[in-house]
Write a protein of this length. Structure first.
Length: 255
């Protein structure tokens, strides 16, 4: 996959408001930036990032369950690792103290839609509502302006990507799925990630805070990846915010 020819097509000037995240808050930059997420007429989310640095991003989808969030945060603090949590509106409403704790610990808050629906099946207005309802909840709760969006089920089409852009969001997928949601066990999670064929510089790893064995596997998983020379950064620090294009794999490439 990494040797595949990178086919990138710029589709013109798209104007987004650039966002610069500050720990515990945010800053909106007023200048306009030009980016391209189109490849052969298809809009793509960011699956991974091209970088010479051996850095990766760990992410957690938070839609159901909360029994292990405190334990996950404890392990991340112990390992001095910052990650990204993608949260639904229902999860934010049910666990506001945990949302605050995640942000206070220096992690990214990301948007996982209001109701965890298949976004491609919704009208453009419904798509916007799914994004902005949870956006407003998080802003009112924490003052934080989210700008990273992960579509539920990984479901997207051109309209989903473009609506997210219009709402000030970068759409984020993953190139390494831990499969923790299948509840195969601790060893399975660790092996699936560390031996994944796509794991490499700039990878984005998918986990779930409510999966049965994720918290149990997390400490060893991080340790093994560190031993392989990887460093962890939140997605907000991994991706390029402007002057980039995509290849056909969904790899974000600096212009």
């Amino acid at each position: 996959m990494r040797q595949n020819l990178m086919l990138s097509v710029k589709y013109g000037a798209l104007v987004l408001a650039a966002l610069a995240v500050v720990r515990g808050g945010y800053t909106v930059i007023s200048e306009n930036v030009t980016v391209s997420s189109s490849v052969n007429g298809r809009e793509l989310p960011i699956y991974c990032v091209e970088t010479d640095e051996k850095k990766i991003a760990l992410s957690f989808d938070a839609a159901w369950g909360n029994e292990d969030t405190a334990k996950i945060l404890e392990i991340l603090a112990k390992q001095d690792v910052k990650v990204t949590f993608f949260m639904t509106g229902g999860w934010v409403e049910s666990y506001p103290d945990d949302v605050k704790a995640i942000l206070a610990a220096g992690h990214d808050l990301g948007n996982h839609s209001e109701n965890h629906k298949n976004m491609s099946q919704l009208s453009d207005n419904e798509k916007k509502e799914e994004l902005m309802k949870v956006h407003e909840k998080v802003r009112e709760l924490t003052g934080y302006e989210m700008f990273l969006f992960r579509p539920p089920y990984g479901d997207y089409d051109n309209a989903v990507i473009n609506t997210a852009k219009d709402c000030g969001y970068y759409t984020i997928q993953w190139d390494v799925d831990s499969l923790d949601w299948k509840d195969y066990g601790v060893d399975s999670i660790i092996k699936t990630v560390t031996e994944h064929k796509h794991l490499g510089n700039g990878s984005i790893i998918l986990c779930h805070n409510g999966a049965k064995y994720t918290a149990q596997a997390l400490d060893m998983l991080i340790a093994k990846l560190k031993n392989e020379g990887y460093t962890f950064v939140p997605i907000s620090e991994l991706i390029y915010k402007d002057k980039y294009h995509m290849n056909h794999e969904g790899r974000q490439i600096k212009n």
